[in-house]
Write a protein that binds this ligand. Structure first.
Ligand code: FE2
Length: 192
């Protein structure tokens, strides 16, 4: 069946009316992005314990544990943001986080239990997650400021700083000395 085009609407009028009600396109986009990261943080609380169990180094396990606790607080912070905006806290599937979590699982599956190479792979997977979150929260903080909502920007900025610190911590764990130990590991036999 041939598609019929819906009649053109006066979008300009709709946009300006929306902005006046605090319901602009940008605010809708922002609300959607919040739902996305809310889902992502929740997904992470399920993924992190698995990564911790799969890792060997004490320092890495502690870092993952600490970040799990932080992630739970970040979820509470997002609920606070929803509340500040007068919206219900609600998640929407984040395709990016789903992919990153899957990549973390694959990193574990493709490396040997107890090896430093596996710890390296877990750190890389965690840092990819952190960089995604830094990009997300960084953008949301700026957008909240642009929209004149300093309270929301401040709450999100607390989380942004935590994500940055976690990223730096993971780098220092990798450099002292998991990367080097992994480099010393013996070759594994290729599967037939
Ligand atoms: Fe987070």
């Amino acid at each position: 069946m041939a598609k019929t085009k819906s009649p053109a609407r006066n979008k300009k009028a709709a946009v300006s009316a929306g902005a006046a009600k605090g319901n602009s396109q940008l605010e809708k986009y922002f609300h959607d992005a919040l739902k996305d990261i809310y889902w992502a943080e929740k997904a992470l609380t399920k993924a992190l314990p698995k990564l911790k169990r799969a890792s060997t180094t004490d320092q890495l396990q502690t870092a993952i544990d600490t970040h799990l606790e932080q992630t739970r607080e970040q979820i509470t912070r997002l609920e606070e943001v929803f509340q500040l905006l007068g919206k219900k806290a609600q998640g929407k599937k984040c395709e990016a986080m789903e992919g990153l979590v899957k990549e973390g699982e694959e990193a574990v599956e493709s490396t040997e239990k107890g090896s430093m190479t596996r710890d390296v792979a877990i750190i890389v997977a965690c840092q990819k997650v952190e960089h995604y979150e830094i990009a997300t929260y960084g953008s949301l903080v700026q957008l909240a400021r642009t929209m004149g909502n300093a309270d929301v920007a401040n709450v999100l900025e607390t989380t942004l700083e935590e994500e940055k610190e976690t990223d730096l911590l993971l780098t220092s764990i990798a450099e002292n000395n998991i990367n080097w130990e992994a480099e010393q590991e013996e070759e594994v036999e290729e599967e037939a």
